[in-house]
Ligand binder design. Structure first.
Ligand code: ADP
Ligand code: MG
Length: 297
């Protein structure tokens, strides 16, 4: 009877929009007590929009957007797509300039040569690591953007900070309910993100995650280490993520849940795929696993 019940469990999962790698996954799903949620693309839509272009004193606004947009056009990151789309629109069909020596540094930013300038686009830390400091006006602009719960992207070229771009993401309509359902199952939700603390806290508050369970500014390589720490503390951890930068954490967790709307790398690293990218299916999966295995025992 055991294999049959497990097959029923996986079949029911498919109806709920949950793809289960194999029946053996149900056992770890049942034991989970902590659910770590990636922010961008998992709790939020990840469909970002550029809301502000804030040049440094003496920097041309159109040039700032064009150089940043050209560079971001080569990146798949949700922030990059928002910046590139707005920049392309501002060019009125003229097209964005070509980029050479492009490099993507996951969780930090992108760099490359555009119109003969060495351009950096990313986190303040990304610029600081390359010896570029923000002048007072840009530091103030960045703080104001972050205080409003948006993500500030800093832009530099030829060794000088040139501006701040503000991008806004929206929390998925289903995320707050998903967090309530996870709590109702006795699970502790945790937010994990490479984005800054102000944005992370704003999103956590909106969906009902405790401020003490927010881990922001976490580099991609440290996301997996965060999961390892939780497991070492005796937790049985599920990780839900969508990005290339979540793949290692998904593989490290007792249970990896990938958003079906996310990248192939995440889906390959996961044990379960939430086909519709709806976080409520994470709670459904755990409930289903508990029920299916209760039937067997
Ligand atoms: P998350 O953990 O929320 O999915 P990431 O780890 O992908 O976020 O990125 C963390 C941060 O790194 C972003 O919030 C952004 O500040 C910066 N960043 C990463 N890639 C880019 C990029 N292509 N352009 C600008 N900023 C970037
Ligand atoms: Mg993500």
């Amino acid at each position: 009877a055991t294999p049959t019940a497990l097959m029923v469990g996986t079949g029911r999962g498919a109806q709920l929009g949950i793809l289960i790698r194999g029946p053996e996954v149900l056992e770890s799903t049942r034991r989970v007590d902590t659910v770590v949620l990636d922010k961008t693309g998992t709790v939020t839509t990840g469909r970002m929009a550029l809301t502000d272009v804030l040049p440094a004193a003496g920097t041309d606004r159109a040039l700032l957007l064009r150089l940043a947009g050209a560079l971001e056009d080569a990146s798949e990151h949700p922030i990059a797509r928002a910046v590139a789309a707005a920049a392309a629109e501002a060019e009125n069909g003229a097209g964005l300039p070509a980029v050479s020596d492009f490099a993507n540094v996951p969780g930090l930013g992108v760099q490359g040569t555009v119109e003969g300038r060495r351009v950096l686009v990313g986190q303040e830390k990304f610029l600081a690591d390359r010896a570029v400091e923000l002048p007072r006006d840009l530091a103030d602009a960045k703080a104001a953007v972050e205080a409003s719960g948006r993500t500030a992207v800093t832009v530099a070229w030829d060794g000088e900070a040139r501006g701040v771009l503000a991008v806004a993401d929206t929390v998925k309509a289903t995320s707050a309910e998903a967090v309530r359902r996870l709590r109702a199952l006795g699970l502790t939700p945790v937010l994990l993100t490479g984005d800054n603390h102000a944005v992370a806290r704003a999103v956590a508050a909106e969906v009902g995650i405790d401020a003490a369970d927010v881990h922001a500014g976490v580099r991609p390589e440290d996301k997996a280490a965060m999961i390892t720490r939780l497991r070492a503390a005796g937790r049985t951890v599920a990780m839900v993520g969508d990005g290339v930068n979540d793949a290692a954490a998904l593989a490290t967790a007792d249970l990896g849940l990938a958003m079906g709307t996310g990248t192939d790398a995440a889906i390959e690293a996961g044990d379960l795929t939430l086909v519709r990218g709806d976080l409520r299916a994470a709670a459904d999966a755990i409930r289903l696993a508990r029920r299916t295995l209760a039937t067997i025992k």
